[in-house]
Structures are given as C-alpha cells and as structure tokens.
Design a binder for this molecule. Structure first.
Ligand code: PEP
Ligand code: MG
Length: 568
C-alpha cells in the first residue's frame, strides 16, 4: 500500500530507491522494541550470538583473503568474544532481570567492559571497547538494525540518527538519499550529505519507524516528501522529474571545466568546503579549483578518543593528494559551540557559542594542537597546503598560534619526519573583532578567509540556528557588508589573499559584489559551484563595480537583496 510521510527537506533533489536502515545510535530502536516472553527473548539472544559469530567468521575470511592480517585478527577476537560462554551466561541472567533481549545483551557487555576497564594492564583495558562493540552488534542483530553492507545499486539511508562516520564511510555513488528521524539541519551527517549533494529529508520523528528495510521509496529533498511503495502513476511523474534533474546536472557538468571569469577576464577561484577526503572527488566533478575549507573536526568526530598524529596525517594526506596540486586549506579543529566532542570533557557552558571553542581550546590543549599542526605540515609534502585557524579575536592569539606552528616544525625536524616548509598560516575572519582588526592582523597572517556563518551571527547578535529570528540573519545587512569590505581591503593593502568560506560565498548575487570588492577565492559546498560560476561568467567587472557602488549607498539588507536580484 502506498503511504506518504512528511519531513523537512534540507538538501534538494529527487531520489528513488530501496531503503537501507542504518544508524549506530540504538536509543530510538530500544524505545520502540516490544519484548516477548522470557523464553522467546532468550532464544533471540542465542540466535543472534550464533549469527553474529558466523558473520564475523565470514569477515575474518574476507580480510585474510585481502591480505589484511591485523584487521582479520581483530575480527577473530570479536568472534571469540561473541562465543564466550561467560558473556552469553551473563546475557541470559540479564534477560531474566530486564525482560528485553537487546537491553540484556547491552547490559551484560557493558558490565564485562567495565571489568576490563578496571584492569592494570593497558592491553586488557583497551579490550573494553571491543566488548562494547560486539555487544552492540548482537543487539543490532536482534533489533533488525543492518550494518551498511552495500550491494550494487545506490540506496536511501534511513535512521533516527545516523553517525557521521557511517555516511562518511560509504562511497557517494552508493547513497541516493538520506532520511533522518532527528530534526537537526546542521548535524554533521547532513553537512556531509550536503557536500555530496545527496537529497536529504530530516525531522521525520517517530514516523520513521513506518519505513522498513528494503522498502521502495521516493524522496523529494526540497519539499520533504517521502513516498513509500508509490503507485505506478506516481513513479512515472517522479521519473520525469528525475530526468529533468539529470538534464540540469549535465548542463552544470558542462560548466565544470570552464573558468570562473567575468566577461572582461577577471578571475576568482571557486573552491569547495569538505568534511572528509571522500568529498574531494565529488567536488572535482563540480569543477572546484581547490579546497577552501576542510573542516578537520570530522577527523575527530564519530570516534571514542582523540585521533593521534598518525591517524590525522593519513586523513589530511589523502585529501591533499586528491586535490592534485590544487590548494587545500585545512582548518584546525573547530570544536565547541554547535560541535561538541564528548571525549574532550569540556564543562557545560551557559553560552557555548561565546565559550571555550575552536582556537581557544587549541591554545589550552597543546596535547591536541601540536599533533594536529604536525600532521598537517607532514601532509604538506603531498601537495599544496594551508592551515587556517578559526575564531581568532586578537593579535595575541595569532602570535601564540604562530609559536605552536614553529614548535611543530622543530619537533618534526628532531623526529626526522618530512614536512613542507611552504605551508601558509592564515585565519578565519568570523568575529567582528577580527574584521575590525583586519588591517592589523593582516601584518601577521598569510591569508584571511571570511566565515560569514559566524560573522553574521556575532555581528548581528542573531543565533545562526534559531528559526524564530532567522528573518534578522542576513549576509546583506550593511553592518556585515561593511566588515567584509574592510577585511578584503585590509588584505589587498597588505598584499595577502582573502577568501570566503561561509555560506554567503554560495550566493551568486553576493559573489558579484564580493568580486568587485577584490576577493580572490570563494569556497562553498561543491554543488553550489555551478550556479555561482554561471553568474560570474555573465557579468563584467565594470558592471560588478557599478552594482557594488550602489549597494554601498544602501541602508538596509532587504533593499540590497532586492536591488541585486533586479540588477543582475
Ligand atoms: C563560518 O563560520 O562561516 C564557517 C565557515 O565555519 P562553520 O560554519 O564551520 O562555523
Ligand atoms: Mg565558523
């Protein structure tokens, strides 16, 4: 029977395909799980233990065949845990107390893990993580939560919450769409989907339970529609829409190799914002000329502990190599605010956006900052790299950053590790303080990149995520425009390049006036590149400057927006 649901469309586009239920957070599934009698629940545990052990055995064989002995050994250890009689005995005891098979499995694994955590020997302490992982696998089997094992075609990923690492680890061409029960539009799963232009609907709520694994669905990522088992007629209508979408895509694809130049030859670099190295491939297909913002927080997220220098080096190196000699700007971790990281144990703050975040954390935590700088400097050997520091508010902070940067190089030299000496060190201008101080800061930094997402919020005192006051949140507010112009001019005066990596860069109308102000680079989620390029290729620099002169006379953001839409 056809059924339709509604969520919030956050990434436009039509997608059709089979659902794959994913999601590592089991809370929603546990809440909706209906236990049967004790004997049945115990039977489910037995069946799950058997199935998971067989599955792990299969993994071990595959990994051995692929000549990956270390990973095969880990999976073999997991298989042995799944068949450990002590663990299964404890699960059976717990099912008597708790009544629910998945809760019993998780509780038993949790208790056993806690015992390992008490042990003196570090090796045994680390096994706690493995036991929890195995427990989760068994619980998932009982709850019917599938591991994302991909087949031939692309699927529509569906889950109440999906961990960013789950999406990040699936190749783009295997994901047709994303459906999320939770409502956040700025969660990292959504940010990754956006970088890859995957149609996405969020905020489906508990209705998400109505969608089953392998259901046929159509989603409209603009309107937020979800059609389950659609009729033949509906399917035909959407197939036509999909064909139009493909036509537009091929038109944009033709723009990809063309430069972003005005009709009178002025060029601006169009770069991509990425969250993982995998986003670079997609970004290149949209014609990006480099990466203007690699949000390194993603390397820190979706894991239980701090990635060490080596882990980070691998992640950055891969992105840098994929950039094929084009500049890759890696932002040092921008944790805090709307991007918490539980394992850093940052105390709860009343105003996290005004609290201990971004560079403020980095400067307090040399154990985090130095390895990150070293990892990026090492990745610099494999291409062209720049380091960008978020949330700077004064010269002193930057001077301290520069000291760390030099110290990182000294350490690498002592350790005999190769690194690049030509990595640029710049800052994001995303606080009003940095924009006002731009003429001074420009003496110390190699470049500026304007982060309008935060600059708008801090200049106008408007929370970027608060829908009730979103009518006030505008990058065309003259106060914002003046700060941006001041920053660009400061860069020009001191001979450093200035880019922009906030959402404003993806607005084609804004791009024209930024170009006239003298911006060198615009960085955005890759799917926005074609429409910005199309606009730039349609105007002359002379016209852009005339338009800017008019804009600078205006007193109101709405007036500016309306004027730009008419004039261009
Ligand atoms: C910004 O603030 O404009 C920016 C690009 O950074 P983020 O959105 O990650 O805060
Ligand atoms: Mg920011």
């Amino acid at each position: 029977m056809p059924e339709s649901l509604r969520g919030k469309g956050v990434i436009a586009g039509i997608a059709m395909g089979k659902v794959m239920i994913v999601g590592q957070n089991l809370d929603g599934y546990l809440k909706n799980y209906k236990p049967e009698d004790q004997a049945k629940e115990a039977g489910k545990i037995e069946e799950a233990l058997q199935a998971v052990a067989e599955m792990l055995q299969g993994n071990v064989r595959t990994l051995q065949e692929k000549n990956m002995p270390e990973q095969a050994a880990i999976m073999e250890a997991h298989r042995m845990m799944a068949q450990d009689p002590m663990l299964s005995g404890s699960m059976m005891e717990k099912v008597g107390e708790l009544g629910s098979a998945p809760e019993a499995v998780l509780a038993a694994a949790g208790e056993s893990a806690a015992m390992f955590e008490q042990m003196e020997d570090a090796y045994f302490r680390e096994r706690a993580v493995d036991i929890r992982d195995v427990g989760k696998r068994i619980a998932k089997y009982i709850l019917g939560v599938k591991e994302p094992a991909m087949g031939d075609g692309a699927v529509i990923l569906c889950g109440y919450e999906i961990e960013p690492s789950v999406i990040a680890n699936i190749p783009t061409e295997k994901i047709a769409g994303v459906l999320l029960g939770a409502g956040s539009t700025t969660c990292h799963a959504v940010i990754i989907a956006k970088a890859r232009a995957i149609p996405t609907v969020v905020g489906i709520g508990d209705d998400i339970q109505k969608i089953a694994d392998r259901d046929d669905v159509i989603i409209d990522g603009e309107r937020g529609d979800i059609l389950i088992d659609p009729s033949e007629e509906t399917r035909e209508t959407y197939e036509e829409k999909l064909a139009k979408q493909q036509e537009l895509k091929s038109y944009y694809a033709k723009l990809a190799p063309l430069p972003a130049v005005t009709t009178d030859g002025a060029h601006v670099t169009l770069a991509a914002n990425i969250g993982t190295h995998m986003d670079v491939d997609t970004a290149l297909t949209y014609g990006c000329e480099g990466v203007g913002l690699f949000r390194s927080e993603f390397v820190f997220m979706g894991r239980k502990d701090i990635p060490n220098e080596e882990d980070q080096f691998k992640a950055y190196k891969e992105a840098v190599e994929k950039c094929q000699g084009k500049l890759c700007v890696i932002r040092t971790m921008d944790i805090g605010g709307d991007k918490p990281l539980p394992y850093l144990n940052i105390p709860k703050e009343d105003n996290p956006f005004l609290g201990c975040r971004a560079v403020r954390i980095s400067l307090h935590r040399r154990d985090l900052f130095l390895p990150q700088l070293k990892a990026i400097l090492r990745a610099g050997v494999y291409g062209k790299v720049a380091i960008m520091v978020p949330m700077i508010i004064n010269v002193d902070e930057f001077k301290k950053v520069r000291e760390f940067f030099e110290e990182a190089k000294v350490e690498l030299t002592h350790e005999g590790k190769a690194y690049s000496d030509s990595v640029q060190l710049g800052i994001m201008v995303e606080t009003p303080a940095a924009a006002v101080m731009a003429p001074i800061l420009a003496k110390y930094v190699d470049f500026f990149s304007i982060g309008t997402n935060d600059l708008v919020q801090y200049t106008l005192a408007v929370d970027r995520g608060n829908h009730n006051i979103s009518y006030l949140y505008s990058h065309f507010n003259p106060a914002v425009i003046m700060l941006i112009q001041r920053t660009i001019q400061a860069g020009i005066d001191k001979g450093i390049w200035v880019g922009m990596c906030g959402e404003m860069a993806s607005d084609p109308y804004a791009a024209v006036i930024l170009l006239a102000m003298g911006i060198s680079e615009l960085s955005m989620s890759a799917p926005s590149i074609p429409k910005v390029k199309e606009k730039i290729r349609s105007v002359s620099m002379e016209r852009a400057k005339e338009v800017l002169a008019e804009v600078m006379k205006m007193e109101d953001g709405n007036e500016i927006k309306e004027y730009l839409h008419k004039a261009l």
